[in-house]
Design a protein around this ligand. Sequence first.
Ligand SMILES: [Zn+2]
Length: 190
Amino acid sequence: MPQQIEATDGGLVAMPRESLLALRTALFRDLGINAAALLQEAGYAGGQALFDALSNWLASRGLPSPESLPSSEFTDRASEFLRSVGWGAIEVGTLEAAATIDSADWAEADPAHPMEFPGCYYSAGLLTDLFGRIVGESVAVMEVECRSMGNDRCRFLVGAVDTMQRVYDAMGEGVTYEQALSNAASAVGS
Ligand SMILES: [Zn+2]
């Protein structure tokens, strides 16, 4: 397997993971839950650069652009790319009306500093912009499982903004995300 440092190909900078985790910890320590929106905003701002880096990475391998890549190939290629730039390997799937992005080694997760809620907010913002570009429309991304809260993986749901809002609201009332997605699917169908 080629071991390449590719973060300098475009608008990316290789930041030590410890810095990201320390920044996250400090923001939550000083700002409480308000840190979440700031981290998301910062992540979102990086979506274009990550999309461009992914596009260049694919092109350098003679592969089509991210939005034209067949879905059968998307998971493996996106996973290889995200691992090569340090974020971690992913698996893409579907659950009801949402796509799922699962990672057992996502870099923003930090089991050493347990949280009571999914904590990869920077990533959620980053993936929101990235996947919005890939699918060509606005999406919402919500993390529903996280290694920072003791799960074996981080799981991000990617879906239409209104669907994700329904899921978010239902989860606030104590409904599981699986059930909330199922309810959202039947609500859309009715
Ligand atoms: Zn996470």
